[in-house]
Design a protein around this ligand. Structure first.
Ligand code: CA
Length: 417
């Protein structure tokens, strides 16, 4: 359903992430509520469990009181899109009882600043791709050979690896600098200690909305039916640990200590107006990776670094549209061998870098492996992330007067334990 000409009776700043065009899903808690499913409009969350006391959403109310959205999402898109469309209808209905009944309003609508957002889904499996051509080219140039920056497989396979779900946490969850083995290029033997090259990875992730059976494959055409929505994602990485451990089986302890997700899942349906053309893929991809239509997305992404007690510094401006492989291709590839997926599984995009140096999605690229430090407003410099630095990712879409955003993906790096 198009939301283009809709207007809500709730006052919403046009620059808000949570306009009537968004209506995302999340889980919140406060002093009174342990965990309820919610949506958002303007500065408010909408408690869906409380709202369903009015019997408007036509679903089993208990699904809205669970600790995650998994059971809600598993109801399927017909139901979840129905809920979203009903919410839009209520929020645009000038005669809604919610508008006139102040007491009812206060039970259902709560200021976002007064609640705490929880992990939106229980993540069973987390997969991370490597699908931005500028990122893969930059990393290949730095750690291998500028002439052969992309591995021979890169334009044939949406390269990925299986990450770790246990350490995927919601925005606001801080963590300690990881320790591990590192070996400097000019040293014969490794050392053990806190990582010295702690990095960010600007990513988004999509949440699986429909499970499959072992042996099943999802085609690019079917993929959107299996993608519930998207979140912002910071896939923290310890570059020094990574360099020493990653051959031959890929990253291990350099990536499994923390990954941060934003708390609101923006539905694929809300993102549809922001579809845009994908890359021209040359060489031609295998038939199972071919797709029809515009499957890329224009999502503006910004990264900020905030030193302890300091100001925010914007360190990167990128865009989801720089992805060479689309989500539909990633999911088709992931399942082409019969690998099953489950509701709540998380699929990371891989670091999203653009062609301009201001669009690089990691410190590794922004400072070109530490050779070009970033100078912050307070005069201090960064090659990588310092203890007590906070990293904030924000993302939004804007087109033809329609705007929606993802909220924030925030975490602070604490000193090593
Ligand atoms: Ca990553």
């Amino acid at each position: 359903m198009s939301t283009k000409n809709l207007k809500t009776w709730i006052e919403v700043d046009p620059k808000s992430d949570f306009t009537i065009h968004n209506i995302p899903f999340g889980i919140y808690t406060d002093a009174k509520v342990e965990h309820h499913a919610c949506s958002a409009i303007g500065d408010y969350i909408i408690d869906l469990f409380e709202l369903e006391s009015l019997d408007l959403l036509n679903i089993n109310r208990s699904v809205l009181a669970e600790k995650d959205l998994n059971a809600f999402i598993a109801l399927g898109k017909t139901v979840t899109n129905g809920v979203r469309n009903k919410l839009i209808e209520i929020l645009c209905d000038e005669n809604s009882v919610l508008k006139t009944d102040k007491k009812l309003f206060d039970t259902i609508f709560k200021k976002q600043s007064a609640v705490k957002m929880l992990m939106p889904v229980s993540v069973g499996d987390y997969t991370d791709f490597y699908s931005s051509i500028d990122h893969a080219t930059n990393i290949g140039t730095m750690i291998r050979d500028p002439k052969n920056a992309l591995m021979p497989n890169w334009k044939y396979i949406p390269v990925g690896y299986h990450g770790r779900a246990s350490s995927v946490t919601v925005s606001g969850t801080n963590f300690h600098r990881p320790k591990g083995q590192q070996k400097a290029a000019d040293s014969e033997t490794p050392v053990f200690g806190p990582s010295k090259l702690l990095d960010i990875e600007l990513e988004t992730a999509f949440v699986i909305g429909k499970s499959t059976q072992l042996g099943d494959s999802i085609s690019t055409e079917q993929a959107d039916d299996h993608i519930f929505g998207m979140v912002l994602f910071n896939d923290w990485s310890a570059r020094d640990i990574q360099t020493w451990e990653y051959i031959p089986l890929g990253p291990f302890l350099s990536k499994n200590f923390a990954s941060t997700v934003s708390p609101w899942i923006v539905t694929l349906e809300a993102l549809e107006p922001f579809r845009t053309k994908g890359y021209v893929q040359d060489p031609k991809v295998f038939p199972y990776l071919e797709y029809k239509g515009d499957k890329n997305l224009d999502i503006k992404l910004d990264v900020f670094l905030k030193p302890q007690n300091g100001e925010e510094n914007k360190i990167c401006t990128s865009n989801y549209k720089y992805m060479y492989w689309t989500m539909e291709q990633q999911l088709a590839h992931h399942t082409v061998n019969g690998c099953n997926v489950n509701v709540g599984d998380l699929m990371g995009s891989g670091t999203i870098s653009g062609p301009d140096p201001s669009e690089y999605g990691s410190m590794m690229e922004l400072t070109w492996r530490g050779t070009k430090p970033i100078t912050l407003k307070d005069g201090t410099q960064r090659k990588f992330v310092n203890d007590n630095d906070t990293i904030i990712i924000r993302g939004y879409c804007e087109k033809d007067g329609i705007r929606l955003g993802f909220g924030e993906c925030v975490a602070t790096l604490l000193p090593a334990k």
